[in-house]
Design a protein around this ligand. Structure first.
Ligand code: B12
Length: 438
C-alpha cells in the first residue's frame, strides 16, 4: 500500500499544477480562516505561553492581520531579546535549542536583518547550543533536548543562510540512518519531517562539499521512505497521526513542489475533516497545520519579502471575544476511571472511579482526584508551547536524565493524541497515567 502511494505521488509529478488558495472555496475557506482567527486570538491570551511557532504559522498564511502580527513579534522580542525591549529579565532561563530556533525562524519570517549585532548574537547562541547538543549525542547517543529540536536548530541556521559546522549536520544524518528519531520504538514522524526539511534546505543552499551533499540527498530519500512506511493502516492519507501529517506534508510538498492537485486536495480534505472534528484546538498544532492549508512549508520562510502583503479585512481584531474554546461543561455527571502505573507488572499504584461533569478535560479529572482525600493523589505540570505537560504524579517526577515521562493512555493501551488540557474523557473511560521511557 505504502509504495503504491509513493509511486502515485511520483508519477503525477510532471503533469501537475499546484492548487492555489483561490481554489479553496466556501466552507473550507471559512474553516481555514477560523483557524487563523484562533491563532490571532491566542496571541492576546495572557494564559498562553508566548509561542514563536504561532507567529510562524501566521506569517506563512496567505491571510494577514499585519498589526496583530507586528504586536506579537514585539512581545516575543521582549521575552527572547529582553535588552532590546523595555523589560529586563536578567534572571530568565536560557531558551532550549528548539525554542531559540523557532524564535529565529519567526524573526526571519518577518524579514528581520540578521546582520545587526543583537541578531548575530542570537545566531551564535544557537550555534553554541547545537554544538553542545552534538557533544551530548557523541557521549550519550541522544541530544540534550531531542532530535526534533536539533533539526529545528539546523533548519533555522540554514534558512538564515548561515554556514553550519559539517559535524553538526553529519550527526543529524547519522541519527536518521540509525533510526534514532523514535520514541518508545515508534518513529516520530514529526521529527523525520523536520529533519527532512532541514536536509532539503541544506541541499538547496549549495554551501557544502560534494560528499556532504550526497549524504544529504540519501538522507532526504530515507526520510521520504520512513514517512510512507508510517502511513496509518486503513488510513493512507494520515502520516503517523493527524498532527504529524501537517509536518509530513510540509516536507513532502517541499520535496515535490509540483505534486498533483488531486493528491493535495485529498490530504487537505483529511486535515480539514480533522478541524471539523475539533482535533485542532491547541495553537501549537494549528501553527504547524496552517501553512499546509495555504500550500506553504517552512522552506518558504526564506522566500518571504514582507512587501505588498494584503490585510484580510475579515481578520480584524474584535476585542474581548475570546477564541480559545472553553470546555462546555454539561450538567450531567459521568464517571471516569483513573489509574497510575509505575512498574512493568500489572499492578496499579492508584485506581479510582471519579465523578466529573460531562465535558471536563483530563486536567479537570486530575484536579478532582487531587481534591479527593480518600486516596492520596497529587500531580504537577509544566507549561510548554503545547500546553500543560504532566511532569509528576504521586510525587514521582518524570526524569530528563533517565528519559522517562508520564504517558497518557486510554485503557487498555492506546496512547492519547492530546495532552491533559485538551483531552476530554468520555463516559466510563479508563485513563492510565504510566511512567514510561522514551
Ligand atoms: C519530543 C516530543 C515528546 C517527548 C518530550 C520529551 C523531551 N524532553 O523532549 C516525549 C516522548 C516525552 C513526549 C510526550 C508526549 N507527547 Co510529544 N512530542 C514531542 C515532539 C516530537 C517534539 C516536542 C518539542 O521538542 N517541541 C519544540 C519545543 C521548542 O517546544 P517546547 O514546548 O519547549 O517542547 C516541549 C513540549 O513540546 C513537551 N511536550 C512534548 N510532547 C508534548 C505533548 C503535550 C500534549 C504537551 C502539553 C507537551 C509536550 O516536551 C518538549 C520538551 O520539553 C512533538 C512534535 C511536534 N510536532 O510538536 C510531539 C507532540 C507535541 N507530542 C504529542 C503527544 C500527544 C504527547 C503525549 C501526550 C503522548 C502520550 N499519550 O502520553 C506525551 C505528553 C504527556 C504528558 N506527560 O503530558 C503530540 C501532541 C498533539 C497535540 N494534540 O497537540 C505531538 C505533536 C506528536 C504527535 N504528532 O502526536 N513528546
Amino acid at each position: 500500500m505504502g509504495h503504491r502511494w509513493l509511486l502515485c505521488l511520483l508519477s503525477f509529478q510532471v503533469l501537475s499544477v499546484p492548487v492555489q488558495l483561490d481554489d479553496i472555496h466556501g466552507d473550507d475557506a471559512l474553516l481555514i480562516q477560523s483557524l487563523t482567527l484562533k491563532l490571532l486570538r491566542s496571541t492576546d491570551d495572557p494564559y498562553k505561553p508566548l509561542n514563536p511557532s504561532v507567529h510562524l504559522g501566521l506569517r506563512l498564511s496567505r491571510e494577514h492581520n499585519l498589526e496583530k502580527e507586528a504586536q506579537y513579534l514585539q512581545k516575543l522580542r521582549e521575552v527572547f531579546q529582553p535588552t532590546l525591549g523595555s523589560s529586563t529579565h536578567s534572571d530568565q532561563e536560557e531558551p532550549s535549542t528548539g525554542l531559540l530556533a523557532l524564535y529565529i525562524l519567526a524573526l526571519r519570517a518577518s524579514c528581520e536583518d540578521f546582520n545587526t549585532h543583537p541578531n548575530r548574537r542570537l545566531i551564535s547562541q544557537l550555534k553554541h547550543l547545537l554544538h553542545e547538543e552534538k557533544q551530548h549525542i557523541g557521549l550519550k547517543g541522544f541530544p540534550i533536548s531531542n532530535f526534533y529540536q536539533y533539526s529545528l536548530g539546523v533548519l533555522s541556521l540554514c534558512l538564515t543562510q548561515k554556514v553550519i559546522d559539517h559535524h553538526v549536520i553529519e550527526k543529524l544524518v547519522h541519527a536518521q540512518e540509525e533510526d534514532k528519531f523514535s520514541h518508545n520504538q515508534h518513529t516520530s514522524v514529526d521529527t523525520e519531517a523536520v529533519a527532512g526539511l532541514a536536509f532539503l534546505c541544506l541541499q538547496h543552499s549549495n554551501l557544502y562539499p560534494a560528499f556532504l551533499m550526497e549524504k544529504l540527498r540519501n538522507a532526504t530519500i530515507a526520510v521520504k521512505e520512513k514517512l510512507v512506511q508510517n502511513q496509518t493502516p486503513g488510513e493512507p492519507d494520515i502520516l503517523g497521526n493527524i498532527y504529524s501529517t501537517s509536518l509530513a506534508l510540509q516536507f513532502l510538498w517541499a520535496l515535490e513542489p509540483n505534486d498533483n492537485e488531486a493528491e493535495r486536495s485529498k490530504f487537505i480534505s483529511i486535515l480539514l475533516n480533522g478541524v471539523k472534528k475539533e482535533h485542532f484546538k491547541n495553537p501549537m498544532p494549528i501553527s504547524q497545520l496552517l501553512p499546509v492549508l495555504h500550500h506553504k512549508n517552512y522552506l518558504d520562510i526564506a522566500k518571504l519579502n514582507c512587501k505588498d502583503e494584503q490585510e484580510t479585512p475579515s481578520l480584524d481584531w474584535v476585542p474581548g471575544s475570546r477564541g480559545s474554546k472553553v470546555n462546555v461543561l454539561e450538567d450531567d455527571e459521568i464517571f471516569v476511571w483513573l489509574s497510575v502505573k509505575v512498574g512493568t507488572g500489572s499492578s496499579m499504584e492508584y485506581s479510582k472511579l471519579l465523578y466529573v461533569r460531562s465535558g471536563s478535560s483530563l486536567l479537570d479529572v486530575l484536579r478532582t482526584a487531587q481534591k479527593d482525600k480518600s486516596q492520596d493523589f497529587t500531580f504537577e505540570t509544566k507549561v510548554t508551547l503545547s500546553g500543560k505537560m504532566l511532569t509528576a504524579v504521586k510525587g514521582i517526577e518524570a526524569s530528563g536524565t533517565e528519559r522517562t515521562y508520564w504517558q497518557l493512555i486510554k485503557a487498555p493501551d492506546t496512547p492519547l493524541l492530546e495532552g491533559i488540557e485538551d483531552y476530554i474523557p468520555k463516559k466510563n473511560e479508563h485513563i492510565i497515567l504510566r511512567l514510561a521511557k522514551w
